[in-house]
Design a protein around this ligand. Structure first.
Ligand SMILES: [Zn+2]
Length: 204
């Protein structure tokens, strides 16, 4: 993957010229990938013949796909209060200064781990059973989890629910259990240490 600077040259197919053209990298205002607006000063390859932006290097993708990444759906679920308290305890353990910022990131990180197989999804039903056997987690007080979640993670959660035959709420409860094991009980001290380092990313 090349890293380009203003003034570098390359070649790309130009849809205006309908031909391969030499390009020069320069800063241009570009539309977001979903067409929802424009973003100023994106480094792109400009056709040397017709002066159109025809080439978007990898380093500029994040800037123009920003609005698409923000496409979110609302994730809403009700839990007995102690389950959310487990999640909040893990957040506090990672960063006592700003635990509330971490809720969403920690949850999405674990959904991603299950989706990618770093955490075996076949262990979710067993974890759920173990949690349900704990009297400390039974409570008549129920609390709502409500957060805006990118479509990609929503799709991951739906796929996990489908493949395990669990309801999404139950997948999340099991995930809270794994978070408690790894972070609160420190069964994965290396993971906790990494989360503490990465927590600065969520603080913004
Ligand atoms: Zn051209």
């Amino acid at each position: 993957m090349n890293f380009y600077c203003k003034g570098h040259h390359s070649r790309a197919m130009c849809s205006s010229c309908k031909a391969m053209r030499p390009t020069t990298f320069d800063y241009r205002d570009m539309p977001f990938s979903d067409g929802s607006g424009t973003v100023a000063d994106v480094l792109v390859g400009v056709c040397q013949v017709c002066d159109q932006a025809i080439q978007i290097p990898a380093q500029s993708m994040a800037a123009i796909s920003k609005s698409r990444a923000k496409a979110t759906q609302s994730l809403e679920a009700m839990f007995p209060a102690p389950y959310l308290e487990l999640l909040d305890l893990a957040c506090y353990k990672i960063d006592p200064q700003a635990p509330a910022h971490l809720r969403k990131g920690l949850l999405l990180f674990y959904i991603h781990r299950v989706a990618q197989g770093a955490l075996n999804r076949s262990s979710l039903p067993g974890m759920l059973k173990a949690l349900e056997a704990r009297t400390a987690l039974k409570s008549p007080v129920r609390k709502r989890l409500s957060m805006k979640v990118p479509e990609r993670q929503q799709a991951q959660l739906a796929a996990i629910a489908e493949s395990t035959g669990l309801k999404k709420t139950d997948v999340l409860r099991a995930v809270f259990g794994f978070i408690e094991e790894d972070i609160v009980q420190e069964r994965s001290p290396e993971l906790l240490r990494q989360m503490q380092e990465f927590s600065v990313l969520a603080a913004g």
